[in-house]
Design a protein. Sequence first.
Length: 407
Amino acid sequence: MADTTTPTRRAAVPSVTIAPSGLVSLDRLSRTPMDRVHHGDVPLSASPPPGARRSSFDAPVPLPAPRGPVSAALIDLLSGHPAADIDLDRLRWTGCPAEAPTDDDLQLALWVSYEQHYRGLAGVDDGWEWHPGLVSARRGWEQQLLDGLRNELGEPPCDGQRFSTGREAVQAALNTMASADDEPSLSKFLMRQASSCQFGEFLVHRSIYHLKEADPHTWAVPRLSGSVKAAMVTIQADEYGGGALPAMHAQLFRSLLVDWDLHDTYGYYLDHVPGVTLMATNLISLFGLHRRWRGALVGHLAMFEMTSSVPNSRYARGHRRLGGGEDAAQFFDEHVVADSVHDQIALHDLAGGLALDEPALADDIVFGARCAAYADAAFARYVFDCWGAGVSSLRRPVEVCPESHRE
Ligand SMILES: [Fe+2]
Ligand SMILES: [Fe+2]
């Protein structure tokens, strides 16, 4: 394990060119070193340096810097007492649907409001969690995100196949989505070409989800029954390490962050990541917190599991290529093994089982899976756009790791 207390310099960032063929080439040096580039004017979080905290306890997340009028109004409200009246006009997001899934202001407002249901927010009264005014405002943001997702996704593709049951249709749709080999592939880039800085940025983005890995999908458990619940619990039990802390996937990810000299504090990088990264977790929280969206939640998890094993094997190779530690690679290796089993459970017993039990949810299951695929693709597009332009994909670049340790 590297020394986690000494700030170090990183290599200049190679930029990325995406050819019309979809192949990614790395053919020139960055015009602008990432550590001089800022996407946003975000203050540094007042958190301890890497290595200063090695507890598995997740403290409530400090309120982040606002990113627009809605998140500013929300953060201002949460800093006060929940009995205060709410001016709902201040919490109304006025962007257009096409921007909703990636809008920084809207996605931060959603993330902050959802976090009250997870580890909580530092200095924020728990009485805000179910404050009627705040719940009402969030319902508006959720509807805008859903409208935006439908706008982006369009109608489900129709391949002309006829199915006798909703279960067959769901499984066929999920299989088609999971086997789509869209280029350019972020996982292939990370495996073959990414610099240590880029790989570290990838981990920073993913820390927002992986440090609470499995929690958003676990909302489904009390909403399901019978064999479908059993399938969900089988998957989630592995995600939580079968009850063994060192094997919990969130804990494995924490070890990975430490190996890369990154902060492993829950929510530490909230100010660093863009709206498209927050959206990936927000939409699971949205599906999870509404029983009405249990079908979408199941579809989302199924697509997660069905598209995890191969990318994780590529991440593992990228991690090792860049000098990452063997112990830390366990996060990726575990997903390669576990998700090659989970994908079958997710397809047949979970998504297929729910479509069989509740045929009316078939469209929602597919919608949730499409949202998962969309979030993944939108994130990859964003990252490639940034790296292709020679800039950081983070709102505020971070120190990643010593060159001597990685390259
Ligand atoms: Fe996992
Ligand atoms: Fe899994």
